[in-house]
Design a protein around this ligand. Structure first.
Ligand SMILES: [Zn+2]
Length: 562
């Protein structure tokens, strides 16, 4: 039995043997301490506390009187309704539910909806938050300040190689709890920090200990694999041990995805994709404009990728970014039913290429939708907040399609093209008839502007589909597990409530995330994460940060320019 379990402080099920091994293996480097005392004991129950024993077998409670947005078209929306939960699962959604003696959570003035799902997040970088706020992906000195402190040189080549297992643990745990506080109940953690099996075990243990739904993405040993500083690196072969040791049960909050980067080498692609498919795992990869990935992706689309020219795209793929790919590759991704995760803010900020939302819309039909999920990527540059995700997605897409519409009378070759420095229409612009001459109708070939409902779908059920979790989560559907947000619409930044999707996407932020439930268990209540020792977590994250900067020989400078 693990120490935290004996103290009754752990939130979730996990592999006891594995945890013991992790702590034992990590003891020599002091990692054991990282796992201790981070979860606060629950005090005696008082009035206003959440229902007792939430998430336990047979334990029932009902969320009463909220505006329920199920994100399941077969369930629908309700201006005022209830959600009945038993154990891990949703039993019923509807008005005036009979709940017997079930305890009640009053949701008057609240919005009740499924938790957000982040399909790509490098949680091991939490201690580096905002360090790279001005940086782009790769060194580019002539471009000015953004060109000198960059992701590849600093995050991957300088910081990542010095991580110890205990750094991985506290970074993963803290980043996960922080997103839980924001209402993100599921994550795909793209951990690229596998310098040794102990690093892998620390990442996985942290995902279990966080107590939210997660996919552990087993990727390479970032930076160190290039520098050759990781003799203990067992990627990708250690996937067999990891799957067997940690992920033999489908009935747990954490499952596994195989990382299969295609820009490392054809040999790595061959090995990782083959192992992933042997283990029946999804295979995820970053696909983006730089790094010469386009011809590699074309080969994969043709079924001739990898060193043996026999690797092809399948429905088991999850592609991240997908900026700058060919028509042929896109068509294949769409035809086979592979998944796409777009990190809108990061792609715009760090020069990955324009988020390919209009491309996806152009390949989508009502009968067979082709839509992305959303992902935050890295907190060294931008927030992991999901309201930011949704607003960025909507604004970027609308910027593009609105400009396409304004330009539409002027797109005859050689005529009246807008000025690219401000995208304004020239004096000689073609006008359209009517009382507002520069207000053209949207042409048929320009996709419709995204709505708040669209981006909410991307942020919830699409994320569940992207991680093969849509039978378990992503909507408030009876029979699914209860991953639920209660959002306070009475607060000063939202009231009065006039339109539910609009209030969530256009107005809300973390302060509105009042209660967060994962698999029936209340994890955040009335604005506070439950059962965590935040001061201790914070001091361990700061200690990890201090070690990482010192070991990487990067001075800490609160007002550094990039
Ligand atoms: Zn990434």
């Amino acid at each position: 039995m693990c120490i935290l379990c004996q103290q009754g402080q752990l939130q979730n099920q996990h592999r006891f043997g594995s945890r013991r091994n992790f702590l034992k293996g990590a003891a020599a480097t002091g990692a054991a301490a990282a796992g201790l005392g981070l979860f606060a004991p629950r005090r005696a129950r008082a009035d206003g506390d959440p229902p007792d024993g939430t998430g336990h077998n047979g334990r029932r409670y009902v969320i009463r009187g909220g505006a329920v947005m199920s994100m399941d078209p077969n369930v629908g929306d309700f201006p005022k309704a209830d959600v009945l939960v038993e154990g891990k699962k949703i039993l019923a959604v509807g008005p005036n539910l009979h709940a017997g003696g079930a305890e009640e959570i009053d949701a008057t003035g609240r919005i009740v909806m499924p938790g957000f799902i982040d399909t790509h997040h490098h949680q091991f970088e939490t201690a580096l938050r905002s360090f790279l706020a001005d940086g782009v992906l790769i060194a580019d000195p002539p471009s000015g300040p953004s060109g000198t402190t960059t992701y590849f040189e600093f995050i991957l080549l300088t910081f990542a190689p010095v991580y110890r297992p205990q750094d991985v643990y506290i970074n993963e745990l803290f980043g996960g709890l922080s997103q839980l506080d924001d209402g993100v109940t599921t994550v795909h953690d793209v951990s690229q920090i596998h310098h040794s099996p102990q690093h892998s075990d620390a990442a996985i243990q942290a995902l279990f200990d966080t107590g939210r739904r997660a996919a552990f993405g087993y990727f390479e040993s970032a930076g160190a694999n290039i520098l050759g500083t990781n003799p203990g690196n067992k990627y990708p072969q250690d996937a067999f041990r990891i799957k067997k040791q940690w992920f033999s049960s489908p009935d747990q909050l954490v499952h596994m995805i195989m990382g299969g980067e295609v820009y490392l080498s054809d040999a790595t692609t061959e090995a990782s994709w083959t192992i992933g498919r042997q283990l029946d795992l999804q295979i995820a990869a970053h696909i983006l404009s730089p790094f010469g990935i386009r011809p590699t992706m074309d080969a994969l689309a043709a079924g001739t990728g990898g060193s043996n020219h026999n690797i092809g795209i399948g429905p088991d793929n999850l592609f991240i970014h997908m900026t700058g790919m060919s028509d042929m590759a896109w068509q294949k991704v769409r035809d086979v039913g592979a998944q796409v995760s777009i990190a809108f803010p990061i792609e715009m900020n760090m020069r990955h290429g324009t988020p390919p939302i209009v491309r996806m819309q152009s390949l989508s039909t009502p009968q067979s939708p082709f839509e992305p999920s959303l992902s935050v990527d890295v907190e060294c540059t931008l927030t992991a907040d999901f309201f930011t995700q949704m607003r960025s997605a909507m604004n970027l897409q609308r910027m593009i399609v609105n400009q396409m519409t304004l330009d539409s009378p002027n797109t005859v070759p050689g005529q009246n093209l807008p000025e690219p420095l401000d995208w304004g229409l020239p004096q000689s612009a073609n006008t359209v008839p009517g009382s507002f001459p520069y207000w053209p109708p949207k042409p048929a070939n320009v996709p419709p502007p995204l709505t708040t409902r669209d981006v909410l779908r991307y942020a919830t059920i699409n994320g569940a589909k992207a991680l093969r979790l849509d039978k378990k989560t992503g909507s408030l559907t009876p029979g699914k597990e209860a991953d639920i947000l209660i959002l306070d619409a009475t607060r000063i930044n939202v009231v009065p409530l006039n339109q539910v999707p609009g209030a969530v996407v256009s107005l809300m932020d973390r302060t509105n995330v009042e209660t967060v439930i994962v698999a029936g268990k209340v994890r955040k209540w009335k604005g506070q994460l439950l059962d965590v020792n935040l001061p201790k977590l914070r001091s361990q994250l700061e200690a990890s940060r201090d070690f990482i900067f010192q070991a990487a020989k990067v001075p800490q400078n609160l007002f550094s320019g990039q």
